[in-house]
Design a binder for this molecule. Structure first.
Ligand code: ATP
Ligand code: MG
Length: 411
């Protein structure tokens, strides 16, 4: 076989790409830990019903995007398109529904059969935060504050804006649904085929349409706010008050409805203008119905997910490659002694490398190539006196250092 390429919509993360990716994930992991979230690692594939039953039969993800196949035993398996459903499945399967709240951080690859473009892939990665148990609006605000803190720590918050909405409670949505159906039915001719289906099954989802020709129609649609029950309006007000206390700026946007069926009350997106039409870097909301659909007791929950690739693209500068120290023996005898020195540097926490062959010139060329910050040069005469020449490759200065002192000298 010749000319093998990565499968469409997948990519390799090497060098700078990997460092950007790693920086986003590590930063999120540390901030989430500070907020009290524990990391869970759940499977990359699940029983298809984990997603098909819960994400909503009219969601884009379920209707068009899932990687679903029968395994060799004939079981229907789906590569996870998102993390929340698997985490709720894990909560129920592990009997954790009685030990709430659970604060979960999760990260890893997700899979959606989408048309690949900038910021949209078939295998991509998310960081994910779920706060399961509390029904209080304080929980919604804390999850959003944690997301905002991650954007701040990455230095991308100045490019992003939090857009906030509420999807209300069941009575609010029922009232709003009627208003939406009336509006879109009166404008049926302007709807795409997808939206006509949504009109029948889940009219609110039309607001999430990405069709350019429906944009004006959607902009003129009724907003949910006048249809909120007093309880739902009070909840929404509390979320906003708490956000102010956490110091998270936001803008209200009635168009934020979220693509999945299990949301109610809070819905939000952190949006940037820097990534073209793939501008949502982080999104989430409250999903009080999901755990019960997974077979557990009624359990309130709120969470968010962020696209690692989109955040990595927003980073101004890539984290630098780590600069190693090169150990450079001259001759076979010196190489034997150099292994001990190499290992003592590594034991001291220093990234140290030694080439596998070559004379002094070749080895110094190699040291430059790997962008070493220093070279520890070991000649037979120096070794006999218990020293090495340590050369600072940034300044060019060189000094004889006693062998036992090299690690300390370089730290
Ligand atoms: P979009 O409207 O862009 O399709 P979505 O509503 O499907 O997004 P979510 O399910 O909320 O996205 O996923 C959370 C985040 O994951 C998104 O805001 C985005 O940053 C990222 N994301 C979603 N799908 C992809 C993808 N195919 N490729 C890269 N990142 C993605
Ligand atoms: Mg999508």
């Amino acid at each position: 076989m010749t000319d093998l390429q990565p499968a469409r919509g997948t990519h390799d993360l090497i060098g700078e790409d990997q460092r950007r990716h790693h920086h986003v994930v590590e930063t999120a992991r540390q901030i989430a830990a500070r907020y009290g979230f524990d990391e869970w690692i759940t499977p990359i594939f699940e029983d298809t019903r984990v997603f098909s039953r819960t994400l909503g039969e009219t969601s884009d993800v379920v209707t068009k995007e899932m990687y679903t196949f029968d395994d060799r035993g004939g079981d229907s398996i789906t590569l996870r398109p998102e993390a929340t459903a698997g985490i709720c499945r894990a909560l129920v399967s592990n009997g954790l529904t009685q030990s709430l709240p659970k604060k979960v951080f999760c990260t890893g690859p997700m899979f959606r059969y989408e048309r690949p473009q900038k910021g949209r892939y078939r295998q991509f990665h998310q960081i994910d935060i779920e706060l399961i148990g509390p029904s209080e609006p304080l929980a919604d605000a804390e999850v959003i504050a944690c997301g905002w803190e991650i954007l701040k720590a990455l230095g991308v918050h100045t490019d992003t804006l939090l857009e906030l909405n509420t999807l209300g409670d069941a009575p609010s949505r029922a009232a709003y649904r009627e208003a939406l159906v009336a509006y879109f039915t009166a404008n049926k001719d302007a709807l795409s085929n997808d939206s006509l289906v949504r009109l029948e099954r889940n009219p609110m989802r039309i607001l999430d349409s990405k069709e350019a020709r429906e944009r004006d129609l959607i902009a003129g649609a009724p907003k949910i706010w006048p249809y909120l029950s007093p309880e739902a309006a009070a909840f929404y007000g509390k979320v906003q008050e708490h956000l102010a206390r956490f110091g998270v700026p936001f803008r209200e946007n009635a168009g934020i409805v979220r693509g999945l069926d299990y949301y109610g009350h809070t819905a939000f997106e952190f949006v940037t203008s820097k990534l073209g039409s793939q501008g949502t870097v982080m999104a989430g909301g409250r999903y009080d119905g999901l755990v019960s659909e997974m077979g557990g007791p009624a359990t309130p929950a709120v969470g968010l997910a962020a696209g690692v690739e989109r955040l990595a693209m927003l980073l101004d500068v890539a984290p630098p490659a780590p600069a190693p120290v090169a150990v450079v023996p001259i001759g076979d005898e010196a190489e034997a002694a150099a292994i001990g020195i190499l290992q003592s540097l590594r034991a001291a926490g220093i990234r140290a490398e030694m080439a596998y062959r070559g004379n002094l010139r070749r080895r110094m060329e190699r040291a430059n190539k790997i962008d070493a910050r220093a070279a520890v040069i070991l000649g037979t005469d120096d070794l006999a006196q218990g020293v090495a020449q340590v050369k600072d490759l940034r300044t060019g200065t060189q000094e004889a250092v006693k062998l036992p002192d090299i690690a300390a000298y370089l730290t």
